[in-house]
Design a binder for this molecule. Structure first.
Ligand code: NAD
Length: 254
């Protein structure tokens, strides 16, 4: 059965990877992203997608995006609340308060707004799946990355709570917690953490693999496999769960 899938932060990385995999099996896809140039690229490369420039922290923009999608499709089956930002790296004494707030704003408050609009649509239709992108940073302590870890732990609480609120009306809510994903974003994160910790980049990179039982990074298709499973009838009784796709993280501590 073809599904209607909305993805925030869907113009690059994991979000775009999910969008392509849902579309490849015949689902309808709508993405939003704050990056206008990236949205333009998606429009050019995937003309079948609904693609909008919208910032998840901006309530009127999210209202307009969800409104457009609802008018086009009459409802939404899967909402991937995926938009996120790495936030700053540094010791807590040195972190900038505005950078803390900006990180919480996108990762936590933006997901709250996305879930709120998803819940309004899904409660009315009595069905749906909300899929939040958390992180292994939301399952472990993550030195030098306090804002990101705090935001991602917040998403665990949001997932558990919304599963309880929306389960009785037939809406499932789960989170995927990716480990370190190969790609541009982790290249940027490694460079930032190397600078903040005074270490060479190859040491930081090696440290991620060392802390994982399977001694491997994750790729976007690993995450798409999990998203497709959670959207399938095989997962119809799975809700309120944080599903790590990470090769089994043992520690994020260097
Ligand atoms: P990415 O930077 O490639 O993609 C994130 C996308 O979100 C970008 O296109 C960006 O423009 C968009 N975005 C950022 N702020 C936004 C906002 N306010 N409103 C709308 N869009 C916004 O990174 P990614 O790796 O694809 O990250 C996707 C999600 O996965 C994030 O929530 C991230 O925290 C999480 N995650 C990533 C990794 C990893 O290793 N890459 C690991 C764990 C969790």
């Amino acid at each position: 059965m073809s599904m209607r899938v909305l993805i925030t932060g869907g113009a690059s990385g994991i979000g775009l990877g999910l969008a392509k995999r849902f579309a490849a099996r015949g689902d309808r896809v709508a993405i939003c992203d704050a990056d206008g140039a990236a949205v333009a690229r998606v429009r050019a490369e995937h003309p079948a997608f609904i693609a909008a420039q919208a910032d998840v922290t901006d309530e009127p923009q999210m209202e307009a995006f969800f409104g457009d999608v609802e008018r086009a499709w009459g409802g939404v089956d899967v909402v991937c609340a995926n938009a996120g930002t790495g936030g700053p790296a540094g010791r807590i004494e040195d972190l900038d308060y505005d950078a803390w707030r900006a990180c919480l704003d996108v990762n936590l408050s933006g997901t709250f707004l996305t879930c709120r609009w998803a819940a309004r649509v899904m409660r009315a239709q009595g069905a749906g799946l909300i899929l939040i992108t958390s992180s292994t940073a939301g399952l472990f302590g993550y030195p030098l990355r306090a804002p990101y870890a705090a935001a991602k732990w917040g998403l665990v609480g949001l997932t558990k709570t919304l599963a309880m609120e929306l389960g009785p009306v037939g809406v499932r809510v789960n989170a995927i917690a990716p480990g370190a994903v190969e790609g541009d974003r982790m290249d940027r994160v490694v460079a930032m953490e190397a600078a903040a910790g005074g270490k060479p980049e190859n040491e930081v990179r090696a440290q991620y693999v060392k802390g994982v039982s399977l001694r491997s990074w994750v790729n976007v298709d690993d995450l798409a496999d999990m998203a497709l499973f959670l959207a399938s009838p095989a997962a119809s009784k799975i809700s309120g769960q944080i599903l790590a796709v990470d090769g089994h993280t043992e520690t994020l501590v260097p």
